[in-house]
Design a protein around this ligand. Structure first.
Ligand code: ZN
Length: 635
């Protein structure tokens, strides 16, 4: 299913033949981006450890950026002294807070709408959940093993450049294309292959010990947690749609050969939101906020609902309101999430000119989905899918209902006018129900009369209004043809799901803000990170560590660190110019410098990262302005 990572362009998920799998979900780690591949040295059968090798076409910019991220403790290959493991990364002393600020910004962005709440669910997931969701059956990539050297590769990677969409092929097609094209082993050069076979991408484990253990997996996505909590969410929102639930957290996928650094990971940071809607209600979203913001859209070239001729694969500039009105975006709530996704990305510093939304073609969408858009961001690896926005219909809740028999994954829709219908009903036999259930007998009778569906067999479990259950035997009821007045009906809500790859977004934030220039004849590097996500808010620098300057600077640093939401960094070593450069290199927006005058009059300078301009103000003013975010107004 798709649930995993959506992506189409990507796909690690292979799927084709699997309706479930899909590509509609973010495939955070799995994409075979052709642009990427063309820039990587491939062919190592074992995934390159660490960052992997990168062929630079940009004068080494990418290598320098990656070097900076490692050197300054932003992102670092994990377990390096043990040799490292491809696809696993640490966020270091600077990156850790960057990751958290981006995740927090994401949660805050959606929470402000008032009908979306945060939840948190286990990453360890019992097998039955992932059987129901489709992951156990369909969450696969195909692998091919070289007969000569035993190296394994993703089968579709072997066909890059040979087939336009190799990740969409099944085993037979992969095998015949590999044979017909004499594809050679990138490791040893031979062309003898074992047959391609599917490999499930989940990390398997078990819960409990020995015979009582249950099979389980590390979750491949966070979305199942929101579906499991639907009954609780429905109650929380007083049984009224629409509403949403979201969570950020880790997802796992056992990539066969992770490449491209932060783009394809084995353990990744996800942020997903499930927004539950009534399919019979047409939502009215206000798109006027974006009337002057044409988005770059690449509609499905086969889109027949629009009233314009669409040029295949070419982006069109269009407001989201127009795209919804003319049917290019097929559901207004999908359009609404596209617009708010754009706001989020631009709000944390992604270059708005390097964002586009690409609609899935029918052939790349899961069968149950009605509209899917990938948000792609352009960076050093080309256009990369970073967000998937999918209208998934009732698929997910229905799949869990089918698997469990639970009727709790439904919502109630009241009729405009009550309807009188003839139907089979169960009438409680008071003489038996009474003694059997005593003070709960009335509640049991009410639940029996209110049953929508008569069970096929006895005994069956009946859920009472207080959510407790009782067992009903055949002799407790009589089947009768009854007339009933119906005031509404139960239905399975539909869901619109935006799924964000947080690591990919962080990668592009770093890529877009990485700026190399010259100062005094030397190379000089900035990270122009937005103030709201910069991991360190301010650096405090004594001009020299003598004459009381380091003590005052230490005091200021301590006060700033005690301010909620502020991170300060003290740096007392090296020339002041070098210290500014070190701060600029990790994107610290503000620098406070304590000099000789500070000791005399209690003033300091505040320097702005992006232009080096400085203003002088009292220590107290500086602290207050940093605390309330108004320091920029002093310039
Ligand atoms: Zn080989």
């Amino acid at each position: 299913m798709q649930r995993s990572q959506p992506v189409q362009s990507c796909s690690s998920m292979t799927t084709i033949a699997c309706p479930m799998r899909s590509r509609s979900r973010l495939s955070l780690s799995g994409c075979t981006f052709k642009a990427l591949l063309s820039r990587t040295v491939d062919g190592t059968h074992v995934a390159p450890e660490g960052w992997g090798s990168i062929v630079s076409e940009d004068g080494g910019r990418l290598d320098r950026l990656i070097g900076l991220l490692r050197r300054r403790g932003i992102i670092h290959p994990a377990f390096e002294i043990h040799g490292g493991i491809a696809g696993l990364y640490d966020f270091g002393p600077v990156g850790g807070r960057l990751r958290r600020k981006v995740a927090t910004a994401w949660l805050d962005h959606w929470a402000k709408h008032g009908d979306i709440v945060e939840i948190d669910s286990p990453t360890l997931t019992p097998e039955s959940v992932l059987v129901a969701s489709g992951h156990v059956g369909e969450f696969n990539d195909h692998i091919s093993q070289c007969d000569a050297c035993a190296t394994t590769f993703r089968s579709d990677h072997l066909l890059e450049g040979i087939h336009p969409n190799p990740d969409s092929l099944g085993c037979d097609e992969l095998n015949s294309l590999i044979a017909a094209n004499d594809v050679t082993c990138p490791a040893c050069g031979k062309a003898t292959w074992q047959s391609a076979r599917p490999m499930n991408l989940m990390f398997a484990t078990s819960i409990g010990a020995m015979k009582s253990s249950r099979p389980a997996y590390l979750r491949p996505e966070t979305a199942q947690g929101m579906f499991m909590l639907f009954p609780s969410l429905y109650r929380h929102f007083r049984n009224r749609l629409p509403f949403g639930a979201m969570q950020t957290g880790k997802g796992y996928r056992n990539e066969i050969s992770p490449r491209q650094g932060m783009i394809r990971l084995r353990e990744f940071n996800m942020a997903e939101l499930e927004y539950f809607i009534d399919p019979e209600v047409t939502p009215s979203h206000d798109f006027s906020k974006w009337n002057d913001t044409p988005f770059s859209l690449i509609p499905d070239p086969n889109n027949s609902t629009g009233d314009r001729e669409l040029d295949s694969a070419a982006p069109v500039g269009m407001t989201i309101g127009d795209a919804c009105d003319n049917g290019i975006v097929r559901h207004p709530t999908v359009g609404w999430f596209i617009a708010w996704t754009w706001d989020f990305l631009v709000g944390i510093g992604i270059d708005p000119n390097r964002i586009r939304f690409r609609q899935h073609e029918d052939t790349e969408m899961a069968h149950y989905a009605t509209d899917c858009w990938d948000c792609e961001i352009e960076g050093s690896y080309g256009w990369i899918e970073c967000v998937g926005i999918a209208h998934r219909g009732c698929y997910d809740l229905q799949a869990h209902e089918n698997a469990t028999g639970s009727t709790k994954l439904r919502a109630w829709r009241a009729f405009d006018q009550s309807r009188v219908v003839d139907k089979q009903g169960l009438v409680p036999v008071g003489a038996i129900i009474g003694p059997a259930f005593r003070d709960r007998a009335a509640a049991v009778s009410a639940a029996l009369v209110g049953l929508d569906q008569i069970p096929d067999s006895f005994p069956f479990e009946l859920t009472l209004e207080d959510d407790s259950t009782v067992s009903i035997e055949e002799n407790m009821v009589e089947r009768k043809q009854i007339q009933s007045t119906e005031h509404g009906e139960w239905f399975t809500p539909h869901v619109v799901e935006p799924a964000f790859g947080i690591d990919r977004i962080i990668w592009h934030l770093l890529d877009h803000s990485f700026d190399e220039t010259q100062k005094g004849g030397e190379n000089y590097t900035y990270l122009h990170l937005a103030e709201n996500i910069a991991p360190i808010d301010v650096v405090v620098l004594p001009l020299m560590e003598k004459d009381g300057m380091s003590e005052l600077a230490g005091d200021i640093h301590a006060k700033l660190c005690q301010s909620a939401g502020l991170a300060s960094y003290y740096d007392g070593s090296g020339s002041i110019g070098r210290r500014y450069a070190r701060a600029d290199e990790i994107g610290v927006p503000w620098a406070i410098t304590v000099d000789h005058d500070s000791i005399g009059d209690g003033t300091v300078t505040i320097r702005r990262r992006d232009d080096g301009e400085q203003v002088r103000m009292s220590v107290d003013d500086a602290i207050i302005k940093l605390q309330n975010g108004s320091v920029g107004s002093a310039f």
